[in-house]
Ligand binder design. Structure first.
Ligand code: ADP
Ligand code: MG
Length: 356
């Protein structure tokens, strides 16, 4: 299949520890089991990978071994890069509730460097390693944010490329999505930045990250309500001189928590609706693509800005990996179960969810 689905369980956070909330997630090989803390019933799901990152100091002793950032990159990132190098478009999507570990998996923790570096910096490093000695190779980077169905260029946030405040509730339009007759959907006015080496990518990511937090403060919202897409566009010459092009799309999705919590009104409610619309559209696209003999079924890319923009990275010969981030704690049982169900549906293998 062109779609692979992984889940990853993080350590307890400070709040979960303080509440002494027990761990309700277990992993065994590729299988993940979650147990309802109230009535003890369990649900077991099988994925392509179940990454146990709950106990960095532990591992072994009959339990699952610890999955480090390096493990996750080796299992998911390398294969994607192999494909990108061969000219396929590839896409890695992180899904999960706010605080579940999406950004940690994608970008990394504690400044992003060293052992905590996530898939994005590791992928960038690997790409430049491969490019060494190939003068034809070029990398361009874009970083955008989608909020309430509006698109913002995070690398050129200051001037040009759109209205002054794309996130204003009234009037702010953001960048337009247009469809090129042969190349498909694209963001009008989005300017890719050339990157000559790994450090340059890191600087660009920092710049994007700053633009993101500025925007989220200005609109009094948190980044957890927006989708962030980093795209590495690679081009190089084949042995016979023809151009090989590919896109590596790295998507840190908005938090998946349900917006039906009491008190969501007005702008908040609208945000929630826009997030859920994108997330369900993405789920629908991925499961349509993952179906056997894919291509027969209509893939509903047009249902959201997110899926429209990912069309070239999800469809055709593209390779897609979803990593669903899980909290281990009983206090998050409902959200974690819904994440597992989303991931399971994306994988579209009937009958693997068993209710015991
Ligand atoms: P999200 O992006 O889903 O909102 P984050 O990635 O920011 O969540 O993770 C929330 C917190 O948990 C961060 O402090 C992060 O460093 C930590 N964390 C998440 N996953 C892991 C992990 N696998 N190992 C160690 N710490 C993690
Ligand atoms: Mg995040």
């Amino acid at each position: 299949s062109n779609v692979r689905v992984a889940v990853r369980c993080r350590p307890f956070n400070a709040r979960e520890k303080q509440l002494s909330s027990p761990c309700v997630v277990k992993m065994d090989g590729a299988r993940t089991t979650i147990t309802n803390p109230v009535n003890g019933t369990s649900h077991t799901f099988e994925f392509d990978h179940s990454f146990w990152s709950h106990d960095p100091s532990g591992g072994g002793r009959g339990g699952p071994t610890h999955a480090s950032q390096e493990t996750v990159f080796d299992e998911l990132g390398r294969d994607l890069l192999e494909n990108a190098w061969a000219g396929y478009n590839v896409c890695l999507v992180a899904y999960g509730q706010t605080g579940s570990g999406k950004s940690y998996s994608m970008m990394g923790g504690g400044g992003g460097g060293g052992d905590h570096a996530g898939v994005v910096p590791r992928a960038a490093r690997e790409i430049f390693d491969r490019m060494r000695g190939d003068d034809s190779a070029r990398v361009e980077v874009t970083m955008i944010e989608i909020y309430n169905e509006r698109v913002k260029d995070l690398l050129n946030a200051g001037g040009g490329g759109g209205s002054t405040n794309p996130f204003a509730e009234n009037g702010g339009g953001g960048l337009k999505i247009r469809t090129h007759p042969t190349r498909g959907p694209y963001v009008e006015g989005l300017t890719p930045c050339a990157a000559r080496d790994y450090d340059e990518v890191v600087r660009l990511m920092d710049r994007g990250e700053k633009a993101r937090s500025v925007a989220s403060t200005a609109m009094n919202a948190t980044s957890s309500r927006a989708h962030t897409i980093v795209e590495l566009r690679i081009s190089r010459a084949d042995a016979d001189g023809s151009e090989i092009r590919s896109k590596v799309s790295l998507v840190d999705l908005a938090g998946s928590e349900r917006s039906d919590a009491t008190g969501a009104t007005g702008a908040r409610l609208k945000e929630g609706a826009a997030i859920n619309k994108s997330l369900s559209a993405l789920g629908n696209c991925i499961s349509a693509l993952a179906e056997k003999g894919g291509g027969k079924k209509l893939v509903p890319y047009r249902d959201s800005a997110l899926t429209l923009l990912l069309k070239e990275s999800l469809g055709g010969n593209a390779k897609t990996v979803m990593i669903a981030a899980l909290s281990p704690a009983a206090v998050n049982y409902e959200e974690t179960l819904s994440t597992l169900r989303y991931a399971d549906r994306a994988r579209r293998i009937e009958g693997t969810a068993t209710v015991n």
